[in-house]
Design a protein around this ligand. Structure first.
Ligand SMILES: [Ca+2]
Length: 143
């Protein structure tokens, strides 16, 4: 090996150390319940994310979430977060993970939120008041 080629190999190893060349963070998350309803607390768990070089000491250092689908990951921080949705619909939820080499990966999943069939206390109160009113009318007509 010539001095020049030895020098070039050393430069390459300094710039791209062997144990970091293949490091790739992989973003992944689950959410529960799988079919959430309006106003229900949904747990988003990013612990399924990993780095393919974890055996070489690489690790993930951040989990950032984009909950409003604006492309900015500033809505929540942390491996496990929770959120609830006021309206029915399909929501694109994204997670971005970063490893200790500042390499990143993102993943987007669609959360389909359905209507909560359980009536709210205010609705129950309204129906109850209506029934009492009907009963009162019925008594009036009997007299
Ligand atoms: Ca956002």
């Amino acid at each position: 090996m010539t001095k020049l080629s030895t020098f070039l190999v050393l430069c390459f190893l300094i710039i791209f150390p062997i144990n970091t060349v293949g490091a790739i963070p992989i973003a992944d998350f689950d959410f529960s319940p799988e079919h959430p309803q309006t106003n229900e607390v949904v747990i988003f768990d990013g612990s399924a994310s990993w780095d393919n070089e974890e055996a070489s000491g690489r690790s993930l250092i951040s989990w950032e979430w984009d909950m409003d689908n604006d492309g900015i990951f500033d809505d929540a921080l942390g491996q496990v977060i929770q959120n609830s949705f006021l309206l029915i619909g399909d929501y694109a939820i994204s997670l971005r993970v970063q490893n200790d080499l500042f390499q990143q990966d993102t993943i987007t999943r669609i959360v389909s939120v359905g209507l909560n069939p359980v009536p709210e206390p205010a609705t129950i109160l309204l129906i109850g008041t209506g029934l009492v009113g009907l009963a009162g009318l019925r008594r009036k007509f009997r007299k």
